[in-house]
Structure formats: C-alpha cells, structure tokens
Ligand binder design. Structure first.
Ligand code: C2E
Ligand code: MG
Ligand code: MG
Ligand code: MG
Length: 283
C-alpha cells in the first residue's frame, strides 16, 4: 500500500545518496595517492598572438589519470582537493613541474615562451602563499617575468585588502596576474581597476556564442575595450572557429586560445609546434 511504497522510495533515495557519498569518499582517498603515484599529468594549451598567430605562451592544465576511472577532469578533482586541503600540494606540484618544464623547453627556443598557471582561491588565501610561490619559481629557474598566475574573479570578493596585499607582493616578485573566466562572476570595475591586474581572459561562454548572441558580442567588445583603456592584455579563451578568431582579431583582442589553434597537449606534443633554435652540431 501507499505507506510502504513511500517508505520504499525513501529507502531508494537513501541508498542512491549513500552510494554517491561512498564514491565521493573513495575519490577523496584516491586523491591522496594521486601525486605520489604520479597520476597527475600536466597538459599545455598554446596562446597565440592574434595578429601573427605565433605561440607566445602556454597555459598549464592538469589532468588526473585515475587508475580505476581513467581521466578525471580538473573541474571535478580540483574541488575535491580544495575540500580536503590537498590543493596545496597539488598546486605546488603543478607550478613546480610546469615552471621547470617550460624553463627547460625555452633553452631550445629562439623566443622564450611565457607560462600561465591556474591558482585556486584556497591557495591564494594561505598565509605563506607568496613565500611558497617565490621559492618554487626560484628553484625552477624560470625567470619570474615569464610566469602569469591565473585567478578567478571570485577571489576578489572575499577579503579585498588581503587579496590586494597578496597581489602586490606577487607583482613585487615580477610575476603577472591574470583574471580568468572574466565576465561570469563578480566584476566590479572599481575593484578591478584598483588591483594590479595585467591580463583578463574573456570567459569562453561569451566567445562560444558571440556570433549568434548580440549580448555576448557586446560583452566581448566591452571587455576588450576595458583592457585597452587599462593597459591590460586581453585573452579570448575557447576560440573554436576561424570566424571567431577573425572577429576577435578585428576587435583588437591581442591573445587567442582555444581548440581552433590547439587543444591542451602533453609536453612532447607541444615541442613540434614551436620554432626551434638553429643548432650547429659540434658535439
Ligand atoms: P580554465 O583555467 O578556464 O581553463 C580553460 C578550460 O577550457 C580548460 O579546461 C581547457 O581545456 C578548456 N578549453 C580550452 N579551449 C577550449 C575550446 O576551444 N573549447 C572548449 N569547449 N573548451 C576549451 P580544463 O583543462 O578541463 O580545465 C578546467 C578548469 O580547471 C580550468 O579552467 C581551471 O579553472 C581548472 N584547472 C585546471 N588545471 C588547474 C590547476 O593546475 N590548478 C587549479 N587550481 N585549477 C586548474
Ligand atoms: Mg585558466
Ligand atoms: Mg578560463
Ligand atoms: Mg574555468
């Protein structure tokens, strides 16, 4: 009868929630091994100059190759790492590995590549964040002026004075600061213009539909103009078509990133895309 059916349904929902919870706990514990077992891989996605289409920079994007489930996207496991505190070791690892690899790669290039690394708000709010960054960058030997840290707009809401101080300390180390996924979150122009921001990245949602949606086109145009007024670099992310890149270049967007140019790739796939130094084989 009805009463029993209701109970059954409640029981069924409980079981589903509990399975989901079990899976969550399992992922959290597997995450603790991921670094030690070298399951975290770093891919690099090129950023190109809109005018010349030369690769000027790469963004490090990490992937978790989970032995049970295969590749798990960062949107899923970064959130877990933030919750468990594993984000600090993970963030240090990604920064250290990416800086070393790009520094090493630069030795064979005519023009050094710049590197962008994503930073979680949880990392940024850590009291020793700046010292950790400084130490990792020094150890990697990558010149600090080649490194850009990407933070999302949302970090600016939390504690503006603390964030301002942290960003100023990072600038004093000669690092660059980029605002990722720009236009989707909290975008008070007053804050943005008063913080030491070098670059803004237009969220790919706007790029994705700007040719169909006049609102997205307006947002894109406005962000590009804002960047120009404030001497900030502007990057369009998620550029997938020739038409999009042509419009963005026409509108004066300096830097482009997206599948149209390249997907994120492992280091060995990045090398063939670059102009190597002419070497004289004397050894
Ligand atoms: P994000 O920093 O905004 O990175 C851009 C995302 O868009 C990447 O997803 C990239 O693969 C994807 N993408 C690039 N071009 C295109 C395109 O043309 N079309 C489409 N549909 N997508 C494109 P991914 O690699 O899955 O990373 C997702 C997010 O995870 C990143 O967003 C970033 O917020 C975070 N993340 C990745 N690596 C790290 C890391 O090492 N540390 C931290 N804290 N977060 C990271
Ligand atoms: Mg990013
Ligand atoms: Mg982004
Ligand atoms: Mg994102």
């Amino acid at each position: 009868d009805a009463k029993i059916r209701t109970n059954d349904r409640v029981h069924f929902v409980d079981a589903a929630l509990s399975a989901q919870y079990q899976e969550q706990l399992l992922l959290e514990s597997e995450m603790q091994l991921a670094l030690a077992e070298q399951q975290i891989e770093i891919f690099y996605q090129p950023q190109v100059d809109g005018a010349t289409h030369h690769m000027t920079s790469v963004e490090a994007l990490c992937r978790w190759n989970n032995p049970r489930l295969g590749y798990i996207p960062p949107d899923v496991f970064i959130a877990i790492a933030e919750k468990t505190g594993g984000i600090h070791a993970l963030g240090d690892y990604v920064l250290s590995q990416a800086c070393s690899e790009i520094h090493c790669l630069n030795r064979s290039l005519q023009q050094p590549l710049m590197l962008s690394v994503n930073i979680s708000p949880v990392q940024l709010m850590q009291p020793d964040f700046v010292e950790r960054i400084a130490q990792i960058v020094t150890q990697s030997q990558l010149p600090a002026e080649l490194l850009t840290l990407e933070v999302t707009e949302n970090v600016l809401i939390d504690d503006t004075d603390k964030v301002r101080q942290t960003l100023n300390e990072l600038k004093a180390l000669k690092l660059h600061i980029s605002l990722d996924d720009f236009g989707t979150g909290f975008s008070s122009l007053r804050y943005i213009n008063s913080l030491p921001i070098d670059e803004i990245k237009i969220d790919r949602a706007f790029i994705n539909d700007m040719l169909q949606n006049p609102h997205s086109m307006n947002v894109t145009r406005t962000i590009i103009a804002m960047g120009q007024f404030n001497q900030m670099k502007v990057v369009a992310e998620g550029v997938e078509t020739d038409e999009q890149q042509a419009w963005l270049t026409e509108m004066g967007c300096q830097l482009l990133q997206g599948y149209f140019f390249s997907r994120p790739v492992p280091l060995d796939k990045l090398k063939p895309m670059l102009t190597l130094k002419q070497t004289t084989h004397s050894t």
